[in-house]
Design a protein around this ligand. Structure first.
Ligand code: B12
Ligand code: SF4
Length: 471
């Protein structure tokens, strides 16, 4: 029997994390009936040409779309395929279409949107396309009405299921070695859970997954990683979960399973500031022995008032307890911080920079990354902004441009932006691992940070100039 061809497209993005979402939906298709090709825009010189070629005669193109610049790329590919291959059904899934299904269907090329978890919904859609049931494109585009859409097209949504019910992700869908080369390390990306139990008001996860959480069985994680390691010989794993450390017992069991299989690679995972503080010492030790080298913590703010406002549900002290515990066990930490929340007072920004300094001073293994707040959709903060009349993007094209300018986050004035940018530079240099050329600069950088003196940033200008000349 001839297999139908399904093409999956991952838009261009700044990093080379493996396209786990499309691997998940592609792996859930019946491969005896469907041939799956995954195209990643980040790996292609001309993504549109590559997708046009791949979709020639294909039944369906599935596109994974995050808010921001990936939308622009997704639109380009979608419009080109719609024009060249009008019979190929086009389905958008992922975070942005999940939050704006109806608006996404306004785009003429999109025939269907999958909201939330994609495995089951996409498999069902594809079955329907294959059998010619509703959702089938005519020569001139959409010709069927169904689901909740008002303009034609389908909105497919299935109750979130336990991810243990789904098949193993097929890494054969991607050119694993190319990702290793682009990342400049043999790091495999892997995900052990979906959803999050918390309720931070700047984050879309509670909206998309309704605070549900499902985690793979520890034995399955270790078995799959062992199989993957035999095939790909990676040296590190990046666990891309929202919060890997959600359940202490499960994390401990994963560590024990890895140790039991004598797996020798390091790994990094996401953690909340409070989770580390609560984590039993023996579990953290087991993780360390099993290869844990670094955790990434979204601390967001150094102001307790701000943390309470965004319902982060953690005490600042807990983040410091976590940091100290990690230091004792030789585990590096990257803290992500955000400034410029709506109406954030200057004292709160100052408190965040102070927390960043204190954490950074723990040693070169303790890094901080500072981001500016942006009103991403599907979050209570953004909804509140809309209610008070703050202008927000309205179309796909406008959401695509949200990262292009500062106009969507006007709560940081030019002065504060300069302060944060300069602080970011000096803290990076000041507490980085010393090298002969860095040492004199480090003394100045630390002095500046300690005293909050960032005027006339001549060292910053010189370093940036040298970097530019070298590039
Ligand atoms: C890896 C990652 C990235 C990578 C993208 C890698 C890639 N594939 O291109 C990078 C680092 C580039 C990235 C960027 C951004 N990211 Co990001 N990222 C993640 C992360 C950690 C993992 C994504 C993943 O692979 N998950 C595993 C898969 C299996 O789950 P999934 O993505 O939810 O996919 C399921 C469904 O969504 C659906 N689905 C997804 N795609 C498709 C496609 C089709 C056709 C179908 C049918 C279904 C479907 O089915 C999948 C299986 O159930 C998530 C957090 C998380 N753990 O999910 C954040 C997350 C997706 N990112 C987020 C954000 C905010 C961003 C940024 C907008 C901003 C930022 N500063 O990080 C930028 C995007 C803009 C840009 N310029 O690229 C938000 C999403 C918000 C949103 N509205 O898009 C998340 C959820 C983090 C969070 N909690 O806020 N990110
Ligand atoms: S920011 Fe992290 S902890 Fe908070 S709701 Fe989102 S995924 Fe969960």
């Amino acid at each position: 029997m001839r297999r139908h061809h399904i093409v999956l497209y991952n838009p261009r993005a700044p990093f080379f994390t493996m396209p786990l979402a499309l691997m998940a939906v592609g792996s859930a298709l019946d491969r005896s009936r469907y041939e799956v090709t995954l195209v990643d825009g980040r790996l292609e010189r001309d993504p549109v040409a590559r997708v046009l070629d791949a979709t020639d005669g294909a039944l369906c193109l599935g596109v994974s779309v995050l808010t921001g610049s990936p939308i622009r790329d997704a639109l380009g590919v979608t419009r080109a395929v719609r024009a060249r291959h009008p019979r190929c059904r086009i389905v958008w899934g992922g975070w942005h279409p999940s939050l704006f299904p109806r608006e996404t269907l306004q785009e003429a090329g999109v025939d269907a949107v999958v909201v939330g978890q994609g495995e089951e919904a996409f498999a069902e859609l594809v079955e329907r396309f294959a059998s010619g049931e509703p959702g089938r494109a005519g020569q001139d585009g959409k010709d069927e009405q169904e689901g909740e859409s008002t303009r034609g097209g389908v909105i497919a949504r299935r109750p979130t299921r336990d991810i243990n019910d789904f098949p193993e992700h097929d890494y054969g869908l991607i050119a694993v070695e190319r990702y290793f080369a682009l990342k400049r390390e043999r790091q495999l990306d892997y995900i052990t859970s979906q959803g999050c139990r918390f309720r931070c008001t700047f984050c879309a996860d509670p909206t998309v997954y309704g605070r549900a959480w499902f985690g793979l069985e520890p034995a399955r994680v270790a078995t799959e990683l062992l199989r993957l390691w035999r095939r790909h010989r990676f040296t590190d794993v990046g666990f891309q979960d929202e919060t890997f450390f959600t359940h202490t017992n499960r994390v401990g069991a994963i560590a024990e399973e890895l140790l039991g299989r004598d797996l020798h690679f390091t790994w990094m995972a996401t953690m909340r500031g409070d989770q580390g503080a609560r984590l039993d010492e023996h579990v953290l030790l087991a993780c360390r022995r099993a290869g844990l080298r670094r955790v990434m913590i979204g601390l967001e703010s150094g102001s307790q008032q701000m943390l309470d406002w965004m319902k982060k549900d953690l005490k600042l002290e807990q983040a410091f307890v976590t940091a100290e515990k990690c230091r004792r066990h030789g585990i590096a930490v990257l803290f992500n911080l955000i400034v410029g929340f709506p109406d954030e007072p200057p004292e709160s920004v100052a408190a965040t920079l102070d927390a960043a300094k204190a954490l950074r001073a723990l040693g070169p293994d303790f890094q901080v990354a500072l981001f500016y707040y942006r009103p991403y959709p599907g979050t209570p903060i953004t909804d509140a902004l809309a209610r008070r009349g703050h202008p927000l993007p309205r179309s796909l094209d406008e959401w695509a441009a949200i990262e292009d300018s500062t106009s969507h986050s006007p709560w940081v004035d030019a002065g504060k932006r300069a302060l944060v940018d300069r602080f970011g530079f000096y803290q990076r240099i000041g507490w980085a691992r010393p090298t002969p050329w860095r040492v004199p600069l480090q003394a100045i950088a630390r002095w500046r940070c300690r005293r909050d003196v960032y005027a006339f940033p001549i060292e910053k200008t010189i370093v940036e100039w040298v970097r530019q000349v070298r590039a």
